[in-house]
Ligand binder design. Sequence first.
Ligand SMILES: NC(=O)c1ccc[n+]([C@@H]2O[C@H](COP(=O)([O-])OP(=O)(O)OC[C@H]3O[C@@H](n4cnc5c(N)ncnc54)[C@H](OP(=O)(O)O)[C@@H]3O)[C@@H](O)[C@H]2O)c1
Length: 256
Amino acid sequence: MSSTLDGKSALVTGGAGGFGKACALALARDGAAVTLMGRNAASLAQARAWLLAQAPDARIAVHAGDATADADVQAALASAVAHGGGLDIVVATVGGGGYRTVLEQDLATFMADMQLNVGSAFAAVRHGAPLMRDGGAFVFISSTAAVLSFQGLSSYCAGKAALDHFVRVAADELGSRGIRLNCVRPGLTHTDGMDPFFANPAYVESFKPLIPLGRTGMPVDIAAAVRFLAGPESSWITGQSFAADGGNELRGAPRG
Ligand SMILES: NC(=O)c1ccc[n+]([C@@H]2O[C@H](COP(=O)([O-])OP(=O)(O)OC[C@H]3O[C@@H](n4cnc5c(N)ncnc54)[C@H](OP(=O)(O)O)[C@@H]3O)[C@@H](O)[C@H]2O)c1
């Protein structure tokens, strides 16, 4: 049976865990050849084994490298082209940030979070778009932090807001080639990286009254949105940022 992503080739940055692994599964199940990028070869091998256990026919390659480093991004894109016979989809998930109030930040820590959240996206587009076949798609993992104020996360919030607006301009510039760029803004989701936070019931409970749909997210909730934005079903959508957050943005961020 043919699937809607048959013949497509995808690179997923941050593909060894969290959202990246879930997005890779959604793409591979629908027929795309997927290359996972992460910094740790052992974690990538584990993720590949997990994906093949879920989808035995999946075509999964791995490439170790840092999504904030130009040369590593270029090498990962070349691996994806070699593995999938071209490049059609880039799902760029890498981002994050430490908790520091504005007065605890210095310029170096602030700019490091900008590099992680928007620099990594820029590198993916700068090096990925020239290789991408016309009609391809980039999907980025932004955050509700792009639009809500989370105290102690100013550099993360600024980095995700910059990501959303970078994507708008890049979508404008690349639209003539049919290349689409969109973001998903997850709310609080139980990924691998969030294990320590989900181990703290007070933290999770502080969000629950602020989520109209009454629960925190799972990686598959975000992967479904990413899969939609990566595929032909969203062929007239570009330059957008969609919240997938159970409605959290309607009520705001926890205080304190
Ligand atoms: N989980 C949430 O509640 C939530 C909500 C909103 C937005 N987000 C965003 O979602 C994205 C992914 O978060 P997550 O929760 O999925 O995190 P995660 O579970 O920690 O997974 C992140 C993955 O990215 C890889 N990675 C980290 N830095 C990298 C780098 N510089 N280059 C290449 N790979 C790198 C990690 O593997 P290695 O360490 O082995 O490289 C890991 O497999 C981030 O942009 C985050 O801001 C998360």
